[in-house]
Design a protein around this ligand. Structure first.
Ligand code: SF4
Length: 295
């Protein structure tokens, strides 16, 4: 079904949790972190700027506007500039004192989007929907949800996902938790066999956007779908058991990509009193909204 944040809140009030791929990935990486983020809703009061996230969100919005305005480049570029300009990464300073070009800049975003528009403008498949938010029941009592960037009708119904990334050659489509979840959501909504497509919008200081724009089509078989479904159900069962026992084990993946997990001070607190004090002083409560983020 098409869903919004209210749908998920209603399900939660009825004791039913809807899981999106980001929440499931957090649970895989550390159940203790999952508890802090998704059960307690803890977010940093003063987070560091996240240029990559802001760049990606603005890029997604621009592509949504592009499709909704019958591919009007100027409107889409204006949307990107309006959203991103105030959040763009400032230039760095090199060892010699020389100014270094920022990675996530407005100018790069505009040239990347323009390259995308020029490359894919003549794709004549029918646009069925953009930024579609869905929630579907996998088995009774287990809901999955997600926001699909675009659905098109060609030979098959195809869902498309945009990735703004510095690592365009490091995106596996098989196996892939996010895309198998989307495959399930779209086929359950429509009753049709679906395929997927990944649009990689590479971010590089050395290569031209035209050289790293890539479109990767993919389709799953029932073998892939069964492996995905069994794994998701196993994971959800683990989360349910943690919730029942109010025990969320640590997994010690505390420096993913060499950055500290934001909950590290809580896991390093020497007693419960200090941990509680840190929760109040460092964090606000804002529950995860899977429909409010891009992935
Ligand atoms: S600091 Fe480590 S153990 Fe604690 S929540 Fe984060 S990843 Fe888990």
């Amino acid at each position: 079904m098409q869903a919004d944040t209210g749908t998920l809140q209603k399900l939660r009030q009825d004791g039913i949790y809807a899981y999106d791929p980001s929440a499931l990935r957090n649970a895989i990486s550390c159940l203790c972190m999952y508890n802090y983020r998704h059960e307690m809703g803890l977010v940093l009061k003063n987070p560091k700027p996240n240029y990559a996230l802001d760049f990606g969100s603005s890029g997604h919005k621009s592509l949504e506007v592009w499709e909704n305005t019958k591919r009007t480049d100027s409107e889409a570029i204006r949307t990107f500039i309006d959203m991103f300009k105030s959040n763009e990464e400032p230039p760095g300073i090199g060892k010699t004192g020389k100014e270094l070009q920022a990675t996530y800049s407005t100018i790069y975003g505009c040239s990347l989007l323009t390259a995308y528009f020029n490359k894919y403008r003549d794709d004549r498949r029918q646009i069925v929907d953009v930024e579609l938010t869905l929630a579907e029941e996998l088995i009774p009592g287990v809901y999955l949800c997600g926001r699909i960037d675009k659905i098109m009708k060609g030979r098959l119904l195809t869902f498309s996902d945009y990735k703004f990334t510095k690592y365009p050659d490091r995106h596996l489509t098989l196996p892939n938790l996010q895309f198998l979840t989307y495959d399930f959501l779209v086929s359950k909504l429509t009753g049709e066999k679906v395929s997927g497509e990944l649009d990689l919008l590479g971010i590089s200081k050395t290569k031209s956007p035209d050289d790293i724009l890539t479109r990767v089509p993919f389709e799953y078989t029932n073998v892939h779908r069964k492996a995905w479904k069994d794994s998701v159900l196993y994971l959800v069962d683990k989360i349910n058991k943690c919730r029942e026992n109010n025990y969320w084990p640590q997994s010690w993946q505390c420096q993913p990509y060499f950055k500290d997990c934001i909950y590290l001070p809580l896991c390093q607190a020497v007693d419960e009193g200090l941990r509680q004090a840190l929760v109040s002083s460092m964090f606000d409560v804002s529950f995860w909204d899977p429909f409010d983020v891009v992935d």
